[in-house]
Design a protein around this ligand. Sequence first.
Ligand code: ADP
Length: 263
Amino acid sequence: MNVATRPTLPYYQPTGSECGLFEMAHDNGLPLLLKGPTGCGKTRFVEYMAASLGKPLYTVACHDDLSAADLIGRYLLKGGETVWVDGPLTRAVREGGICYLDEVVEARKDVTVVLHPLTDTRRTLMIDRTGEELVAPKGFMLVASYNPGYQNVLKRLKPSTRQRFLSISFDFPDPETEIKVVSSESRLEAGRVAPLVRLAGHIRKLSGMDLEEGVSTRLLIYAATLMAGGMGVNAALEAAVIEPLSDEPDVQQSLRDLISTIY
Ligand code: ADP
């Protein structure tokens, strides 16, 4: 878990009307679901919005062992005494902050049971262990993300859950925006970032065929950062694009061939 109250605004380049929608959802106490591939800017967007609204942000990276107790809290032994310690969701509710559940489909099923009363008009968090029933104050907001590309039958967000959230689809930014983002994050000049973004466009067309997923904006930033630090293009792309995307020698070779058509 990561708690952030940033004094300065993190850099975020809007790609549509997502900021306005987030603000309206926040003002009206509506939960929001961000759908999209990994590394396309969902987390950065939430960090930016929380900072611009001046709200504390509790981010939880969900995994298949994450249980309701991890979010709500538990009794812990402290200096020989048993004390109740709030989890990140409870803290966000008490403070009227924002709780961001990253990759929510990964979490265990009991998490859904907790989220339902929080995401409808009850806006209530039940803490069974202490008998407390917290009503979320105005300003509390639940944001969740998931990656539809990873979905399988076992890990799908059930309609009864997804229909409780406003939803926004995220995708990789258009080339002009992505050049700005990658250049700004890596400090590599835009003229040298442009071919990287062009390459990404070609690689993304391969996703679903040889590749499970296309190259993320995050990986492009890694490649550009290595290049800005003086590494040659081929070495940078090997470490930041080819190796992270595939373990298959054939696929890696196809990626190298693709790169040689651009560089
Ligand atoms: P996700 O949560 O979708 O997996 P992130 O928000 O962590 O992805 O994005 C990965 C990185 O890409 C961020 O750290 C940031 O550097 C960059 N990034 C992606 N999209 C944007 C954007 N629109 N504005 C600013 N930075 C972005």
